[in-house]
Structure formats: C-alpha cells, structure tokens
Design a protein around this ligand. Structure first.
Ligand code: ZN
Length: 217
C-alpha cells in the first residue's frame, strides 16, 4: 500500500493501533508487540480516511521548512543538520547532514543533489518510463531550478525535473515524473492525457492536491 506521505511507526505501551496524520508523515501509534500484518490491516481499513485527512491538512510547506539550519528534508523525511568544520562540502551521513557552515544552505543542498543525488530522480524516470512503455522517447533528463514548476517535458524528449523533487515525499515525485512522461504521449492536458496518467498513478488527484502544499520558494 502506497501513500503520498511516508509512514512512521511509533511503538509504545498501548493497547490499540491508532493513526495520526501529520503535515509531513502518517504516524502509526502501535502497541509494542503489534505485528506488521496487524498494522497493514489497519492501514488498509482506514485507507480512504487517511487519504481524505491528508488533503485536509492545510499547511504550506516552503523551502524554508525543507531546508534550514535544524533539518534538511530528503524524500519527505527530515534529517538533522550538524556542523563539522573539517568537511569541505555538505555531506549526507546515513542519518544526518554534515555541513561546515549553515550559510547559503539552500545552495549547498542544491550542489549536493546535483552531484550525488540526481541518480535518485533519474532512476525514477527510467523505471517509470519502462513501465509506461515510453523509454525510447526519453532523450534527456536534466535537473532544473525554476521557482515555478516541478517538472516539464519538451517535444524533443527532454524531461526537466526540479531538483527539489528530491526533498519531497517519493510518491509525490513519482506523480510529477509520471505526469511529465505522459506528456511524451500527449503534449496537452486533455482527457486522454489524464487517463494516461491515471493508468500509472490512479491517485493523481490526491497527489496534485498535496503537491500544491509544497511551494518552490
Ligand atoms: Zn503537464
């Protein structure tokens, strides 16, 4: 089961499983011994409610929130920022970011994504393009940094993806990629286009709504 926001399990001494929708994750409060199957079952039963609730959490998430001196988000999850004066450029160390200084942080993160994290988006383009049978039509993938779009697709087969797609939840990045790849077939937003999108991303309406919460500035 895939949700547009990442799930997080918080186990404690409690009797039943409950679900809380936060601005950036779906928090599952579970008893210490609750099995994975039991948790999955609750998610399955509450699927409709979860999706409805996610779209109701109105909260603008801008770059300031995704990148700041306390946390940097990667794939929708926050990682703490630690100052380490011995390093030259921003580094990701499994569970945290190391920086020599927090000045110009957005630029540092951008360079990091361009140098070492771009593969993440490329892989997503390739795997989705294969599924959608448009692999041969993708001629070029590039990272963009415009303030007004998450992605674009040109008729010559260039897919441009905003580097900030690496910061937001994976399922939202998937939506943008499937949207752009669908333009390789339909260069418009016609009904045929949306039915193409829905074939590979059935919950595109939910994703569109949630994506609007994220701003590129
Ligand atoms: Zn479009």
């Amino acid at each position: 089961m895939k949700f547009v926001l990442p799930t997080k399990i918080d186990r404690s001494k409690r009797k039943s499983i409950s679900i809380v929708i936060n601005k950036d994750n779906i928090l599952i409060k579970a008893p210490l011994r609750a099995s994975e199957t039991a948790i999955k079952q609750v998610l399955l039963n509450k699927q409709a409610w979860i999706e409805k609730s996610i779209t109701k959490v109105q909260h603008k998430i801008g770059t300031q929130e995704l990148i700041n001196s306390k946390n940097i988000y990667l794939q929708g999850r926050p990682f703490p920022v630690e100052i380490d004066s011995s390093i030259h450029s921003l580094k990701f160390a499994t569970d945290r970011f190391l920086v020599s200084s927090t000045s110009n942080l957005e630029k540092q993160v951008k360079v990091f994504i361009q140098n070492s994290f771009h593969k993440y988006l490329e892989q997503k383009v390739f795997s989705n393009a294969q599924k959608m049978n448009v692999f041969a039509k993708v001629k070029k993938i590039r990272l963009s940094s415009t303030k007004n779009s998450w992605g674009s697709c040109s008729s010559n087969g260039t897919i441009a993806l905003n580097w900030k797609l690496s910061l937001i939840p994976q399922e939202l990045a998937n939506y943008v990629i499937i949207h752009e790849l669908s333009h390789l077939i339909y260069m418009n937003h016609s009904q045929e286009f949306w039915s193409q999108v829905s074939q590979f991303y059935p919950k595109f309406k939910v994703a569109k709504k949630i994506l609007k919460r994220y701003s590129l500035s």
